[in-house]
Design a protein around this ligand. Sequence first.
Ligand code: ADP
Length: 424
Amino acid sequence: MPLLGAIADDFTGATDLASMLVRQGMRTVQLIGVPQPGTHLPDADAIIVALKSRTAPVGEAVRDSLTALAWLRQAGCRQFFFKYCSTFDSTEAGNIGPVADALVDALDAGFALACPAFPANGRSVYQGHLFVGQVLLNESGMESHPLTPMKDANLVRVLSRQTDATVGLVPYASVSRGAEAIRSAMTQLKEQGRRYAIVDAVSNEDLFAIGEAAAHHALITGGSGVAIGLPENFRKAGLLQSEADPGLLPEIGGHAAVLAGSCSRATLFQIGKARQHLPTLELDALATPDAQILAAQALDWAATQLGNTPVLIAASAPPDKVAALQDRLGRDEAGALVEHSLALIAEGLVARGVRRMVVAGGETSGAIVQRLGVQLLRIGTEIDPGVPWTLAEGSGPQLKLALKSGNFGAPDFFTNAFALDAAK
Ligand code: ADP
């Protein structure tokens, strides 16, 4: 019987959370999209439903999240987690606030903490302000994200704009005093009628303490970081057994490819490094704004390149080029065109024998797994914090996939990923 049921607002975010839970000893499976009533219950300690609700219309995001919650409750999960990005990716309309409101109501929880901090990946929250490395969120590059530009680093303010409920803060002064102090700060806020508390955290130690303080919360909301302390709660309660390697996956042969649709600084840098080692194709959607033609050109190119070395196909571009395509097509249309092109390319690559694939970009990963008919990911070993190899199952052949949120991963991520897989 699963213990933890999570709802993630995008695919890579779900994988990031899954990876954290595997590292902390939970066998974890990620389901792609809202589970259907007949979906069979996988054998796992944690089940994460990966939605594409971050940028969906708010009504759809709420509806899908509630359906996922109902399924997870029926599956027997005891505690629930709403996972969003560690950079709090959202628009003025949501969707973090409205989805959290709906989940709090459905669970009759009354209160939920909100903590996107993930210090291992450079995301920390101090006095309610989110930092990426040493700079505030709104100076980190996130202010020009193609879909969810983050122009305010004060999360109490950001979340307040997305909900009618009131938002409080558990400041670092309380967090640094440990689980008991955090628990009592949260109780106070709840008694004052606050529905949410942004909780400061600048280290893993803080996150463990927050996890311990939330042991009896029906719902926890945040990034994957704050999930770090939850498995221990289940272990202490005698509900979670220790596994030798909860992330062991079988070996899979076949060609390998990297597909990149993220325009984040980290991904652009990773592409720059990888192109020195891998055959690389840059898609030019401005010159060819047609997904079918772009995909056909890329697949023709790939046919001549597939072999022992992974191929790299990237739509990713710096802000000025992104802006040029968006000016021409509109923001959503530009994103959709690129996502559709990469999804068609992924499908074509699998038909040509690619069985191991790294994908960069949250929305991009969502589009690709949907196109490939992937229904379930069993979570394996981590390549870098938040990004594991996974075993994908669905309507097509079994695949190894690594789905990377744009900002994640070391500079050599693309080459490291395949080296790690080969070493296993
Ligand atoms: P991240 O994880 O960095 O947020 P995503 O894949 O979620 O990456 O989002 C990046 C968005 O940018 C996608 O919708 C993608 O289609 C779009 N995109 C990628 N390349 C370009 C480009 N050259 N011009 C405009 N939009 C692009």
